[in-house]
Write a protein that binds this ligand. Structure first.
Ligand code: SF4
Length: 480
C-alpha cells in the first residue's frame, strides 16, 4: 500500500490536547495541521517530548509520521545534509522532501594544490535562481592509492579547508578507518561502501564512528537486499544507503533506471522494508566505464546525473566541475524538489539593489519568486541603485495578488515599517507595479507615502525611473 498521510484528527488524538501554546500555535489542533503538512516536527511540542507520561503517544506519532524511505543525516561542523526521508514515488502525490545531495570527488592521488583548488571551486559554486542560492552539498574523498596514510592526509586537507560534509570512499576498511582518525569529531561522513567482501569490517566502523554506511552491489540486487537484511536486522544498523550500481551504454542505462525505480517502488508502496533507504548514484562511473574523449565523458556524466536524480537517487557522486555540467543538475533539482502545492516564494522585506542612498527610488513588488527575480534582474540591467520593497503575497504574482487581496496597502506598510525605510530615504515616494494600479489609493492611505504607478512590464523600469525620478518632479509630487 502506498504511504497515506495521517489526518489532523489522527495526529490530534496523540497530542497532549492541553492547548498550552508552547509550540507557537494557538492550540493542539493547529499544531496537528502543521504536522500533517510537514511544516512542523513533533519535537516542537515540548510537553510531548519532555513529559514521560506521553512517551507512548510520542512513539506512535513518530511511527505515524515516519517516511517509508529512511532519512539519513551526514554532517560537518558547519553543515548538515539530510538525504532520503521520502514519502512518495511521484512528486504530485505530496512533494519530495530532501533535495538529492550532489557530491564532487577529490582523490588521494591528487597533489595538495589540486585538492585545494577543487575544494575552493566546490565551495564557491553558487547560482542564484528565482531568489534561491543553488549550491553543491558534499565532497567525496576517494582512495585510489589504497594507502591509509595517503587517504588520511587527503581527508585532513579537505576537512581543514571545507565546510561541507564528506563521503569517505574506499572498499578497504583500514583506509576508511585512517580517514576517520583524522576527522574532527563533529563530522558524520557517509562511508562508501560495504560490499559482499568487506561488510563485517565496514559495519564495525559504521557502529564505532556512528556514521551511515552505503552498501554497494552493482548489478546484483539479490546480494544488495541480502546485505541490507544482514546489516539492519542482524547487526542493528539503521542508517544505510543503497547503491544498486550506475551503468552507461544502452543496456547499462536500462538496468540502472530499472534498479533505482524498482527499489523506490518497493519502498514507497511498503512492499519491502529492505528497500526503505536512500539511494546513491555514481555518475562519476562514466569516467571509468567509457572510452573516448573528455567531452563525451562530461556529457554522459551530466546525462546520468539528471537521469538518476529523476529516478530516484538521493545522493550523487560526480567528478566534473564545469558549470555546463553542474548547472543543469542544480536547476533540475530545484524544479523536482519544489513543493507543487505552493507557489515558489522569496522572503518579504526590503532589498538593496546596487548601492541605494537617501535619494534612490523605492520600488514595490511581490514575493512570487519569478516576479521578484525578473524585477531584480531588470533593475540591475538598467544600472539603477534602488530600494526594493518585497511584499508577502503568499507567493502570488502581482495581478493575482491584487485580485485576491494579498497585495494590500497594509502589507506594503508592514514591510516599510519593519525595515524603517522612512529613516533611510528623503522622498517618501513608492513606485508600485502597473498591474497594481487599482490599489494605489489603498497603498497611499496605509503607508502615508505618495504612490506612483510604474510600468506594466518591469523591463521598462529603467526608462521610467530616468524620466520621473528627478529632484524637481519628486518635489512637485510631494508638494515642496
Ligand atoms: S505545545 Fe503541544 S500541547 Fe501545547 S499547544 Fe502545542 S501541540 Fe498542544
Amino acid at each position: 500500500m502506498p504511504w497515506k498521510p495521517p489526518t489532523p484528527i489522527e495526529v490530534y488524538q496523540l497530542l497532549p490536547k492541553t492547548n498550552c501554546g508552547k509550540c507557537g500555535e494557538p492550540n493542539c489542533m493547529a499544531f496537528a495541521v502543521k504536522l500533517v503538512n510537514f511544516d512542523a516536527t513533533v519535537e516542537q511540542c515540548p510537553p510531548l517530548v519532555e513529559d514521560k507520561s506521553y512517551a507512548e503517544s510520542l512513539q506512535k506519532l513518530r511511527a505515524l509520521l515516519s517516511p517509508p524511505v529512511r532519512e539519513v543525516v551526514v554532517k560537518s561542523s558547519k553543515r548538515v545534509v539530510k538525504i532520503g526521508g521520502e514519502y512518495v514515488m511521484y512528486r504530485h502525490e505530496l512533494r519530495y522532501m530532501n533535495p538529492a545531495a550532489i557530491a564532487i570527488d577529490v582523490d588521494d592521488s591528487m597533489d595538495k594544490d589540486t585538492i585545494l583548488k577543487r575544494v575552493e571551486t566546490i565551495e564557491k559554486f553558487e547560482y542564484e535562481y528565482v531568489g534561491r542560492k543553488l549550491k553543491l552539498d558534499l565532497i567525496a574523498v576517494r582512495s585510489v592509492t589504497n594507502d591509509p596514510k595517503q587517504f588520511a592526509k587527503t581527508v585532513q586537507i579537505v576537512a581543514e579547508n571545507s565546510s561541507l560534509p564528506l563521503i569517505l570512499c574506499s572498499t578497504n576498511p583500514t583506509v576508511i578507518e585512517a580517514g576517520f582518525n583524522v576527522l574532527p569529531q563533529e563530522h558524520r561522513p557517509l562511508i562508501y561502501a560495504a560490499t559482499k567482501d568487506n561488510w563485517r569490517d565496514m559495519a564495525e566502523l559504521s557502529k564505532r564512528f556512528d556514521a551511515p554506511l552505503a552498501i554497494a552491489s552493482p548489478g546484483d540486487l539479490d546480494t544488495l537486499v541480502s546485505l541490507v537484511a544482514t546489516l539492519s536486522e542482524g547487526l542493528g544498523l539503521n542508517d544505510l544507503v543503497l547503491d544498486p550500481g550506475t551503468f552507461v551504454g544502452l543496456n547499462g542505462l536500462a538496468y540502472t533506471v530499472k534498479a533505482f525505480t524498482w527499489l523506490r517502488h518497493k519502498a514507497a508502496n511498503d512492499l519491502w522494508k529492505y528497500a526503505g533507504y536512500p539511494l546513491i548514484g555514481t555518475p562519476i562511473s562514466v569516467w571509468t566505464q567509457l572510452e573516448g574523449d573528455v567531452m563525451d565523458k562530461m556529457w554522459w556524466e551530466a546525462i546520468m546525473a539528471t537521469l538518476l536524480m529523476t529516478r530516484y537517487a538521493d545522493v550523487l557522486i560526480m567528478h566534473s566541475l564545469d558549470g555546463w555540467v553542474l548547472l543543469p543538475q542544480v536547476m533540475w533539482r530545484f524544479q523536482l524538489y519544489t513543493d507543487p502545492r505552493k507557489p515558489v516564494a522569496v522572503p518579504a522585506g526590503v532589498r538593496e539593489i546596487g548601492k541605494p542612498d537617501e535619494k534612490s527610488p523605492v520600488l514595490v513588488t511581490t514575493n512570487y519568486a519569478l516576479t521578484y527575480s525578473i524585477v531584480l534582474s531588470d533593475v540591475e540591467k538598467a544600472k539603477v541603485n534602488a530600494w526594493l520593497v518585497v511584499v508577502d503575497t503568499e507567493g502570488l504574482a502581482v495581478d493575482v495578488a491584487v485580485a485576491g487581496r494579498k497585495f494590500t496597502g497594509e502589507k506594503v506598510a508592514e514591510v516599510i515599517k519593519a525595515a524603517e525605510l522612512d529613516k533611510k530615504v528623503k522622498y517618501k515616494v513608492l513606485i508600485i507595479p502597473g498591474k497594481a494600479a487599482r490599489v494605489s489609493g489603498d497603498v497611499e492611505d496605509a503607508t502615508g507615502w505618495k504612490v506612483v504607478v510604474g510600468p506594466m512590464d518591469s523591463s521598462e523600469i529603467g526608462k521610467f525611473i530616468e524620466k520621473m525620478w528627478t529632484e524637481d518632479k519628486l518635489k512637485e509630487l510631494i508638494g515642496q
